[in-house]
Design a binder for this molecule. Structure first.
Ligand code: CMP
Length: 198
């Protein structure tokens, strides 16, 4: 459990808004350990690979979008989740290749769920206050769809341990993941804090 890994991307909007430090700080200060990090400009093929690692992704993202429209009493642009998923993927390919992104791996207890909690829901307009998306950006599905672009939500974070493992293997070579110890892990994880008093 203590070595669970998750994968995060600071998207082009996060880099352009000078939020790299702020985002890493929010994730890092929980005690999670940064074990891999790099800046790259991905190409469209790579982004398609990333988002279709999960074969169900198009349907899921489409359903989520349609549900969000209906919850707000709005009519979704299409009723077919796969059609919505395909449009979202096309827009994401443009968005995610528009400039450099930061890819990273964080490790620690419940890393996947913890990072998703800190990041907040997909749509910034509906993400909780106190989350990265809730605090630093204001986009909505509605505006993104009217403008025919991907939602600008600063970060991507893996949704499950299985997804994290696949995404890490796609973005990083095994030797780019550094296995090291942080001194604070003794405070975070040791059962007895028995080396504090001299
Ligand atoms: P991410 O966590 O990277 O996972 C899929 C991404 O697709 C999501 O963040 C958003 O950036 C984008 N996205 C999902 N649904 C929509 C939508 N309906 N319109 C535009 N972009 C979307």
């Amino acid at each position: 459990m203590k070595t669970e890994k998750t994968f995060i991307i600071i998207k082009p909007d996060g880099v352009q808004r000078s939020l790299i430090g702020e985002i890493i700080q929010r994730l890092e200060r929980t005690g999670l350990k940064l074990v891999a990090v790099k800046m790259i400009v991905p190409d469209e093929n790579f982004i398609e690979k990333h988002y279709t690692i999960d074969p169900e992704w198009k349907g899921t993202v489409g359903e989520k979008t349609i549900k969000s429209y209906r919850e707000k009493g709005l009519k979704p642009p299409y009723d077919d989740p796969h059609k919505v998923g395909n449009i979202v993927l096309g827009n994401l390919k443009k968005f995610m290749t528009s400039g450099p992104v930061i890819a990273m791996v964080l490790q620690g207890l419940h890393a996947v769920k913890l990072v998703r909690k800190l990041v907040g829901g997909t749509e910034p307009f509906a993400s909780d206050v106190g989350t990265i998306r809730g605090d630093f950006v204001l986009d909505s599905y509605q505006l993104a769809d009217i403008d025919g672009r991907a939602i600008r939500n600063l970060v991507h974070a893996s949704g499950s341990i299985e997804e994290a493992n696949k995404e890490i293997a796609l973005w990083f070579k095994p030797e780019e993941i550094i296995n090291y110890r942080l001194i604070q892990e003794r405070i975070l994880y040791d059962v007895n804090l028995d080396e504090i008093l001299e």
